[in-house]
Design a protein around this ligand. Sequence first.
Ligand code: FAD
Ligand code: EPU
Length: 335
Amino acid sequence: MVTIEENFPLRQYNTLGINVSARYFARAENLGEIKEVLTHRECFPFYIIGGGSNILFTRDYNGLILQPAIKGIKITGNDHEQCMVEVGAGENWDDFVMWAVSNNLGGIENLSLIPGSTGSSPIQNIGAYGVEVKDVIEKVNYLDLETFELTSLSNSECNFGYRNSIFKTHLKNKVIITSVIFRLKHYPEYNITYGNLQEEIEKTGDISLERIRDAVIHIRRSRLPDPAIIGNAGSFFKNPVVDKIKAGEIEEQYDSMPSFPVSETQVKIPAGWLIEKCGWKGKRAGNAGVHEKQALVLVNYGNATGEEIKNLAMEIKESVCSRFMIQLEPEVNIV
Ligand code: FAD
Ligand code: EPU
């Protein structure tokens, strides 16, 4: 039987370290336990949590927080080229990356050190250093909360996009992801074109999955704050995609503007650059602040409330809009 705890503190369950509590909290270790928890309708509404690394709680949650903790890394198919691996939603993402690299399976090494659980990885199609998880997802298995049936979607049915998928649109709050099936490669094609990744790898010798992982970890540690030391949820906003004419207008004023092509007519502009140009980098407002090395990351200096972080985010959004006429969209889920 699953234990449902009452008045449960959530500070350790969200990487921003916001000190809120849930009226009820349950951790479910298998599908049966998830279904059992959901029969307790007196605890509703409910919200799913993985590692809490992409959530901003703005107040106590007056319902049930459910953490799917289904474990297991299982090889479900293998040939000379590729290996299919089914991973339980509750497996820590970076532990899975470490498992893949140590088994010489390629495809996710660039996604090293991203916090959170594997079940959350398809939701915003996690990405870093030129790779997105959609590149290796074969299938996503989930519990359909309307039919209570276990269902699955193929890669193309997930409608993956930049920090987006069907789980953030049509199926938002309608499913609980139980496991993800990945297609990993025995002879990977390395992807080391992003930023200074290649340079970092060359410092230590020949390229290998392990060296890519080490280099990514090294770069991330030098730029992103560690949530165990200072609360944060990674990039607070998505990088905006704008048409080339708009980007050209900004470039006329700032010739150093970085941008990345998205299509023939569109480019992505780093939101961190826009925020920095508005003067926010390293700024502090009470207990909330903008990270000194990465202006896209909002931090909790210790006792920030969710409202403080949200208000700072809204001020940043307004100032970017008034200077650049670009609307930033939060990447973080605000609850
Ligand atoms: P949570 O924050 O717990 O949940 C996120 C959302 O998914 C919520 O809406 C929740 O309800 C829902 N959800 C969670 N699990 C399930 C489930 N099993 N079924 C249905 N819904 C579910 N992201 C990147 O893409 N790239 C990065 O490089 C990156 N770097 C980061 C660095 C730092 C320091 C931090 C703190 C965050 C970073 N992130 C990055 C963001 C975050 O790590 C990812 O979005 C991650 O996938 C979130 O996983 P989680 O388990 O913590 O999800
Ligand atoms: N930049 C600035 N000032 C800043 C921050 C960035 O000018 O304060 C400029 C720099 O020119 C830099 C460029 O922005 O070269 C890109 O910066 P960085 O490589 O740090 O990446 P990012 O665009 O800020 C994105 C993801 C990260 C991911 C990195 C690496 C989004 C919203 N964020 O950040 O993902 O780790 O690329 O691939 O797409 C996350 O989603 O939580 C996250 C951390």
